[in-house]
Design a protein around this ligand. Structure first.
Ligand SMILES: C[S@@+](CC[C@H](N)C(=O)[O-])C[C@H]1O[C@@H](n2cnc3c(N)ncnc32)[C@H](O)[C@@H]1O
Length: 174
C-alpha cells in the first residue's frame, strides 16, 4: 500500500520546494518582483508556481514534458502567467540553443532567471549561465550549488562569485 511518504515523494522529489520554504525565503531576501521570469528546469512545475505568483510571466523550459505540471498550475490559478516550452531532447547543447532561439524569436527579455536544469557537469550549467548573461538578464539564481552531488553548479557558483543562500541557492547580479 502507498501512503503519505510515497505520495509526497512522487510529487516533491527533485523539487527545490521544501516544507521550510527556503526557496520562497530566498526570493523574499532578494526582493524581486519580476515582470518576466525565465526558468530552466520545470519538472512538475512546483518552483514555476511560486515564480508565477511573483511574476507577470514565467517562461519555463524543460527537456521532458511532465503532464502533471499544467493541472497543478490550474489548481493554483496561475496558469495564465506561465508559458511552458519543451526544448531539445538530444543534448544539453541543443537544449540551450532551443532556449536561446525561443527567447529571441518571442522577444523575451528576462529580468530574472532561475536555473534548475542540469547540475552535474560544469559545462552544461556554465553554458546556460553565459547564455542568460549574453541575453542581458540582470539577476540569475541557481539551485543545488553547493551539494556534493552537483559539482557542476557548485563550481559555476564559485566562479561567478555568487551569493549563497542556505548553502544551496546561488545568486548572481550583473
Ligand atoms: C531538479 S528538476 C527541476 C525542479 C523544479 N525547478 C522544482 O524545483 O520544482 C530538473 C529538471 O531540469 C530538466 N533539465 C535538465 N537539463 C535541462 C536543460 N538543459 N534545459 C531544460 N531543462 C532541463 C530535467 O528534465 C528536470 O525536469
Amino acid at each position: 500500500m502507498i501512503g503519505y511518504k510515497e505520495i509526497h515523494w512522487a510529487i516533491f522529489a527533485a523539487s527545490c520546494i521544501t516544507a521550510e520554504d527556503k526557496f520562497v525565503n530566498v526570493l523574499k531576501d532578494i526582493g524581486i518582483q519580476p515582470d518576466t521570469t525565465v526558468e530552466v528546469g520545470t519538472h512538475k512545475g512546483l518552483s514555476t508556481a511560486i515564480l508565477a505568483s511573483i511574476s507577470n510571466t514565467v517562461n519555463t523550459f524543460d527537456v521532458q514534458y511532465q503532464p502533471i505540471a499544467e493541472p497543478i498550475w490550474k489548481l493554483l490559478n496561475i496558469e495564465d502567467r506561465i508559458i511552458y516550452v519543451v526544448v531539445g531532447q538530444t543534448s544539453q547543447k541543443e537544449a540551450a540553443i532551443d532556449i536561446e532561439l525561443y527567447l529571441r524569436k518571442h522577444d523575451v527579455h528576462p529580468d530574472f532567471v532561475f536555473i534548475d536544469g542540469p547540475h552535474t557537469h560544469y559545462e552544461d550549467v556554465m553554458l546556460l549561465f553565459k547564455l542568460f548573461v549574453k541575453l542581458g538578464a540582470p539577476r540569475i539564481l541557481l539551485d543545488d550549488a553547493a551539494d556534493k552531488k552537483f559539482p557542476g553548479t557548485a563550481q559555476v557558483a564559485k566562479e561567478i562569485k555568487a551569493k549563497m543562500f542556505y548553502d544551496r541557492f546561488a545568486y548572481w547580479e550583473g
